[in-house]
Design a binder for this molecule. Structure first.
Ligand code: NJP
Length: 241
């Protein structure tokens, strides 16, 4: 395909696998995340898998200037074409609310998981609007559908993401930009290793989906133009404890 796809959180986990899925179809791919070395590793594999072009742009989605740089580089490299934007970068947490001494973790989570998403979307929208039949795909979570213990701040960000993108979905429905909301259950990635807070890894990941399967389902749902994709194979909503 000749599609141009931008993926945030492309240096590991679900975002990395989304990149490989598009690479196998010969897409042109923009990879964004903070860790440059990891982006280079993913870029190399995308090329091996058949990506037509790959552009890595180290980006902290919580920094507006870096997001502006990401979109500017995409605009220049692909003449303002952007067929799909995967708003996927995210951080998690793991600790009961009352164990936190201050609320800085809660602000960081909002900065990355919520403001990071809307900042990338805001700056990419002009490109998406001038590309026919374009897509925004956002990785929310089952934590955006029901509260999960030790994930209070994380759930709040994913509920916020859900509210924002459901509203945007309606706003854009007749403007040629289709929004797909994705609610994964447990997926085997680095997210629990890098979670904020010092609580134990209390999630039982047995039976969790692989990142590759999650990515394949997401790309399929994107192509089908689905409004949402809920993956509750493991966690029954609100009943995981
Ligand atoms: O986790 P991980 P996932 N600026 O840690 C990047 C959601 N989800 O694939 O910056 C830019 O392998 C980070 O890159 P780096 C979850 O909430 C997951 O599971 O280099 N990028 C890495 O590429 C999240 O929204 C599960 O450190 C930033 C990526 O984000 C999405 O899936 C369940 C960044 C995280 O990759 C992908 O997470 C669920 C920043 N400031 C929803 N901060 C699950 N795994 O079970 C982080 O329901 N990144």
């Amino acid at each position: 395909e000749n599609k141009v796809v931008l993926i945030t959180g492309a240096s590991s986990g679900i975002g990395e696998e989304i990149a490989y899925e598009y690479a196998r179809h010969g897409a042109r791919i923009v990879l964004a995340a903070r860790r440059e070395q990891e982006l280079q590793r993913v870029e190399l594999k995308c090329r091996e898998l058949g990506a037509k072009e790959v552009l890595s742009v180290p980006t902290d989605v919580g920094d507006e200037a870096q997001v502006a740089n990401l979109i500017q580089k995409t605009r220049e490299a692909f003449s303002s074409q952007l067929d799909a934007l995967y708003v996927n970068a995210g951080l998690s947490m793991g600790e009961p609310f009352e164990a936190f001494q201050d609320l800085s973790v809660f602000r960081t989570l909002m900065e990355v998981n919520y403001f990071g998403c809307i900042s990338v979307t805001h700056q990419a929208l002009p490109l998406l609007k001038q590309t026919p039949q374009s897509r925004i795909v956002v990785t929310s979570s089952v934590a955006g559908l029901a509260g999960i213990p030790s994930r209070t701040g994380y759930c709040a960000t994913k509920f916020a993401v859900r509210g924002f993108y459901e509203a945007l979905q309606s706003e854009l429905y007749d403007q040629g930009v289709f929004v797909t909301l994705v609610y994964p259950g447990a997926v085997v990635t680095n997210i629990n290793a890098t979670r904020l807070g010092s609580g134990p890894a209390d999630l039982d990941m047995k039976g969790a989906m692989t990142a590759e399967t999650c990515a394949k389902l997401m790309v399929k749902a994107t192509k089908q133009g689905r409004k949402e994709l809920v993956m509750t194979h493991k966690f029954k909503l609100g009943r995981m404890w």
